[in-house]
Design a binder for this molecule. Structure first.
Ligand code: PAF
Length: 283
C-alpha cells in the first residue's frame, strides 16, 4: 500500500475518507517519531488486527515539563516516513504544532488521579499533556483500534481510563515491550545514553526480573524485595525514582502479592531517565 503523508487535519480527513469508503478497519499508532523496532512492532500488530494503519508522528509540547527534553527530543521525519512506508502503513499524519493546537487553543484533558502518581509525581502535568493529545488524535482519526506499547505502562492505563470515562469509541490495545537482545527496553531516549551508560542500562531490566521472581516465588516480603532492588540499582550508579509493585489496572500499591501485579521502575542513569515495567504472575 502506498503511504499517504498528511501534514494537517484537512488532508488527514481526505485520507481517512478513502479508507472508510474502501471499508477498511483502521488502527492508529500514535508516536512521537524517532521510530525504532518497538514502533515497527506496533505497526505490525496494527496490520494484524486491522486492514490499514495510520501512524501519527508528533512531538507533543504539552507533555514535556519546562526542564525536560522537548527541544532536544530526536526529530527525523524523512527517515521516519521511510520506515512507516516500509512497514506497510497506509497514512502518516505528521501535523505541525499549529495544526493540533491552533491559536487560542485553551482546553486540556485531565488524566485525573492516575496521572498524578508514579511518573506523574515526578513529571507534573505530563499525563494531562498525553491525555490531551491522545484524545485529539483519537477524535481526529476515529480509528477502530489504537495501539500503545506496554513500555509506557502508566500511559496505557491513563489512556484506557480517559477513553472509558469520555466514551471515546475506540478499542485500546496494549502491545508487549520490545527489548534489545541484552534486555534493554527499546526507547527513542536510549540514544541519549553514553556508551558506558548503555552497558549499564540492561541492569534495569535484570533487576526488575530478579525482584519480580523473588516476589512471585514468595522468597521475600514485597517491601524487602523492592528495597533490595533499589539498593542493587543504587550500587550500580542509578538514581532510583521509584521501584513499586502496583495493581495492574488502578496502579494502587500492593503490599502483599497474590496472583498478578505490575512491577514498575524509573531511574536516572547520568542525565537520562529510564522507565521499564514487567508483569508479575504467581509461580
Ligand atoms: O508514547 C508516546 O510516544 C507519546 O506519549 C504519545 C502516546 C504518542 C502521545 O504523544
Amino acid at each position: 500500500m502506498q503511504l499517504t503523508v498528511s501534514r494537517d487535519a484537512e488532508n488527514l480527513q481526505k485520507a481517512l475518507l478513502e479508507l472508510a469508503q474502501a471499508g477498511r478497519r483502521v488502527a492508529l499508532v500514535p508516536t512521537m517519531g524517532a521510530l525504532h523496532a518497538g514502533h515497527m512492532s506496533l505497526i505490525r500488530l496494527g496490520l494484524e488486527l486491522a486492514d490499514a494503519v495510520v501512524v501519527s508522528i508528533f512531538v507533543n509540547p504539552k507533555q514535556f515539563g519546562p526542564n525536560e527534553d522537548f527541544a532536544r527530543y530526536p526529530r527525523m521525519l524523512e527517515a521516519d516516513l521511510r520506515k512507516v512506508e516500509e512497514a506497510g502503513a497506509a497514512v502518516a499524519y505528521a501535523p505541525s504544532v499549529e495544526d493540533l493546537y491552533p491559536q487560542g487553543f485553551d482546553s486540556s484533558v485531565s488524566a485525573g488521579e492516575l496521572g498524578r502518581i508514579l511518573e506523574g509525581a515526578s513529571r507534573p502535568g505530563h499525563f494531562d499533556g498525553v491525555a490531551t493529545v491522545v484524545t485529539k488524535l483519537l477524535l481526529r482519526t476515529l480509528p477502530h483500534i489504537a495501539i500503545f506499547g506496554e513500555k509506557d505502562y502508566q500511559q496505557l492505563c491513563v489512556i484506557r481510563r480517559v477513553v472509558a470515562d469520555l466514551d471515546i469509541p475506540v478499542e485500546i490495545i496494549g502491545a508487549p515491550t520490545l527489548r534489545a537482545p541484552d534486555g534493554l527496553a527499546m526507547s527513542s531516549r536510549n540514544g541519549y545514553l553514553s556508551s558506558e551508560e548503555r552497558q549499564l542500562a540492561p541492569k534495569l531490566y535484570e533487576t526488575l526480573t530478579h525482584v519480580g521472581s523473588a516476589i512471585s516465588k514468595n522468597e521475600l516480603p514485597v517491601a524487602k524485595a523492592l528495597a533490595a532492588g533499589v539498593a542493587q540499582l543504587t550500587s550500580l550508579g542509578y538514581k532510583v525514582d521509584y521501584l513499586e509493585l502496583r495493581d495492574e489496572d488502578s496502579l494502587q500499591p500492593i503490599e502483599r502479592f497474590k496472583d498478578s501485579a505490575r512491577l514498575l521502575v524509573a531511574a536516572k542513569l547520568g542525565n537520562t531517565r529510564l522507565i521499564d515495567n514487567i508483569v508479575i504472575l504467581s509461580s
